[in-house]
Design a protein around this ligand. Structure first.
Ligand code: ASP
Length: 329
């Protein structure tokens, strides 16, 4: 028995040493970042741009693979990340869905606060209210008149229950006291494709997805969801919804990075350090600025600040979502 215990202790010590070596060598194989929305949409865009800048501090040879595990407003991808091996080789980038999904779904297989390690907030992104090219309305006032004449006949697309576009659409409909027909997609990329093709009427989505479509006149732009107008040249003529008469209306989306609970602290530190370097990369900052996204540069880039922020966002949106009565099973 004594001998057995002795061997067990040696084996455990050897395993710990191998683990520490593995942590030192991190990353020594490809890293997968789960994006819980479709390719070509705003969350995917942020993840792919960031991955480029993460490769510099993690080592130029590091391969980062994006896994678009889309559906159910990001809850499918969150669940996949929560179940992944906690070794630093599977990470998650998600947006405000980390705060809306827990408030909207009655049953979830994960707990966003308990099942993840927090690595840092990436950016804050405004949203825009855009319409199909065939809409006759040329400004927000004309759009409001058209909506009140058509009410539930108006189709508003979103990227699934719990998505940012769902949250924005929900808030918009409850503020103007008009219930429209909502059309859920697995991400904003197919939603905006259908909008451009005149299959749906309206969408509220991040500037990271809508700016180039607005510039190319492929959609009609009516307003922004921030308190202040945006300074991006192609968007600065757009009124804020607050200024257009929806007093107090404000939605800003943020993205953050996560690892499954139990990822070794040394690996988490490496990823957080790399994230901090990536967020200061002039290339990442430039790409973000062109799309009106503001790269995070505050205490939310630290794990504790990130987690406290997400917790505050869950508490902030909970009563608003409850009042709008948006739930899913
Ligand atoms: N922007 C989308 C949303 O509405 C998600 C995406 O496709 O990135 O939440």
């Amino acid at each position: 028995m004594k001998k057995l215990m002795h061997w067990t202790v040696i084996a455990a010590a050897a395993m710990a040493a191998t683990g520490a070596q593995a942590d030192d060598a991190y990353p020594s194989k490809p890293i997968t970042i789960i994006v819980p929305f479709t390719a070509g949409g705003p969350t995917d865009r942020v993840a792919r741009d960031l991955a480029e800048s993460l490769r510099k501090p993690l080592g130029a040879k590091t391969t980062i693979v994006i896994d678009n595990a889309a559906g159910a407003g990001s809850s499918i991808g969150i669940a996949k990340a929560a179940r992944a091996q906690p070794d630093g080789y599977t990470l998650l980038i998600n947006h405000i869905g980390m705060a809306t999904v827990p408030n909207m779904y009655r049953k979830l297989s994960f707990d966003v606060l308990k099942d993840f390690e927090y690595l840092g907030i990436i950016n804050d992104v405004p949203m825009t209210l855009v319409g199909k090219p065939a809409l006759a309305a040329n400004n927000y006032k004309e759009l409001a008149e058209w909506i009140s004449a058509n009410k539930s006949k108006v189709n508003m697309a979103n990227a699934g229950i719990g998505s940012a576009s769902h949250l924005c659409g929900l808030l918009f409909q409850s503020t103007i006291k008009t219930e429209m027909t909502t059309v859920p997609y697995k991400g904003a990329a197919p939603a905006i494709a259908d909008l451009m093709g005149n299959q749906v009427d309206l969408l509220c989505d991040q500037t990271t997805n809508t700016t180039s479509q607005i510039e190319g006149k492929k959609v009609k732009a009516y307003a922004v969801t921030t308190k202040q107008r945006l300074s991006t040249p192609s968007l600065k003529s757009l009124p804020t919804l607050d200024e257009a008469g929806l007093k107090g209306f404000e939605v800003t989306i943020w993205h953050g990075m996560y690892a499954p609970k139990g990822t070794p602290p040394a690996v988490l530190k490496k990823i957080n350090d790399a994230l901090k370097v990536a967020l200061k990369d002039p290339e990442f900052i430039k790409k973000s600025e062109q799309l009106s996204a503001v790269v995070a540069n505050d205490k939310r880039v630290d794990p504790a600040g990130h987690k406290a922020f997400v917790e505050a966002e869950i508490n902030k949106w909970g009563p608003i979502i409850k009042a709008a009565g948006a739930y899913a099973d």
